[in-house]
Write a protein that binds this ligand. Sequence first.
Ligand code: 6PG
Length: 239
Amino acid sequence: MKLETSLVQDVTAAGLRVVVDSVRAAVAARGRAVLALSGGSTPLPLYRALADQDLPWERVWVAFGDERFVPLEHPDSNAGAALAAFLDRVPVPEEQVLTWPILEGDPHASAEAYRGKLEGALHGFPTFDLNLLGLGDDGHTASLFPGTGAVLQPGPTLALRAPDYARPGGWRLSLSAPALSDSRTVLFLVSGASKARALREAFASDTASEPPTSAELDACPARAITARERLLLVTDVAF
Ligand code: 6PG
C-alpha cells in the first residue's frame, strides 16, 4: 500500500478536510459513514472543529480504535474526550456512538463484548470508511505497543497491558492491526518533533523492498497498518 504523505503546518485543518471528505463520500456511496477514532491529544482540536461541520451526522457511526480500561467519565477515557470535544454537540444518534464496554475487572471480556457490539450495530464486523490513528514517540499506534507482541495478534478486539512507561499505564483495549487496517482510508495524524524518529521507523522504511519481519513490526507497530484504499499521513514533521 503506497503511503500518501502531506507535510503541512496545520495538521488539524488538513486532517479535518480528510475526515469531512471521507464522511461525505461514504454517505453518498453507501448511505452511512463508519469511523474509528483515535485517542491521545493530537486529534482533539480536530474533534472540536468537527462540532461546527455541517455533516449528515444521523448517517454516521463512530467506533474507537482503542480505549483505556477506565469508565467513560474518567479523564483518561478516549471516548469521553471525543464525546466532550464534539460527539455530545452533534446529532449522531446515541446508539451509533460505539464505545468500548468497560466490564469491571475483566478487560478480556470487555474486548470480546466490543466485538459483539460492533457486529451487532453494523451487521457484521465493520470495514471502516475512515480510521484515524496517532503515533506514539515509541512507534505505537492505537494501543499496540512495541515489544509486546500485540501487533501480531489477529484480534479483532484485544485486551492488552500497556508497558510501564506508557501514560496511562495499565490495561488497554485495542483493535488489532488487521482490524485497524480494514478501513477504506487510514489517516495517521502526527504532530511534534518528538515523533520524528517514530515517523522515520514507521514510514521511511516504506520504500524497503522486503516486507517487514514480525520482529520489525513488533518493534514499530505502526508499520503493520495498511488500508484498503488510501493510507494517509498528515504531519508537521519533516522526517
Ligand atoms: C491513545 C491513542 C494513542 C495515541 C498516541 C499519540 O489511546 O493514547 O490511541 O495511540 O494516538 O499515543 O498520542 P498523542 O496524539 O497524544 O501524541
